[in-house]
Ligand binder design. Sequence first.
Ligand SMILES: C[S@@+](CC[C@H](N)C(=O)[O-])C[C@H]1O[C@@H](n2cnc3c(N)ncnc32)[C@H](O)[C@@H]1O
Length: 252
Amino acid sequence: MRKILIIGVGAGDPAQITIQAIEALNRADVFFIPDKGAEKSGLRQQRLKICDRYLKSAAHRFVEYKTPSRAKTPDYKADVAAWHEAIAATFEALFARELTEDQCGAFLVWGDPALYDSTLRIVETLHARGAVTFDYEIIPGISSVQALAAQHKIALNRIGEPVHITTGRKLRENVPENADSVVVMLDGEESFAALDDEDLEIFWGANIGCPEQALASGRLGDVKDRIKELRAKVRAAAGWVMDVYLLRKPMR
Ligand SMILES: C[S@@+](CC[C@H](N)C(=O)[O-])C[C@H]1O[C@@H](n2cnc3c(N)ncnc32)[C@H](O)[C@@H]1O
């Protein structure tokens, strides 16, 4: 039966990959590589670098596919559902066309596949649909959240306290009131800069693990302008920027 491997490859540093992931890379006959346009071509290069470094033989193929883009109407959930359906159709065609019955295809997922990535959900839907039969495995990876904590030498949670992981879009709707520590991902709009509580502590990182990595931390009101500058610098240097940050209330 066809096999699909969803391999977490870490969030930028090619050394942050597990032995299990390296073994999985070497089982794949075909790598499905998304082509997400110019800005994301830096990410594509990172994925290819990982393959270069860890693949032991040349007995594999790379198949690029165009990722459909998401409509941006006020109905975010409907847009995402339609977008996922379009990606599912793309994946289904790829599996049928590019893999023989006994071959193995792989997706290299940025960070960990369990955190803000749709690959797992889409593959699960196709598996249940059964139009193309296959089995699949998930190989965990080091997420950008773990990489952030390591770079700042911090624990994400305070002793015995919870951690809330959310997106920039959700943070703009409201700051979770009962969360001591909040990790924010997918924030292309610098939502931290608009928060009322400037006494929050922030631990921020962009393109962590990549050559252009930038880090900053401190009282939000004191460092937010510096973070905006660093963010722009990273984007100019790399051609893309992804950032993640932890916000927490100061210790009393
Ligand atoms: C689509 S999500 C994927 C998250 C990924 N699955 C993970 O485990 O980190 C993309 C978001 O992850 C964060 N991210 C991923 N790689 C990053 C990096 N190297 N540095 C900073 N943030 C990163 C950013 O918040 C970005 O908007």
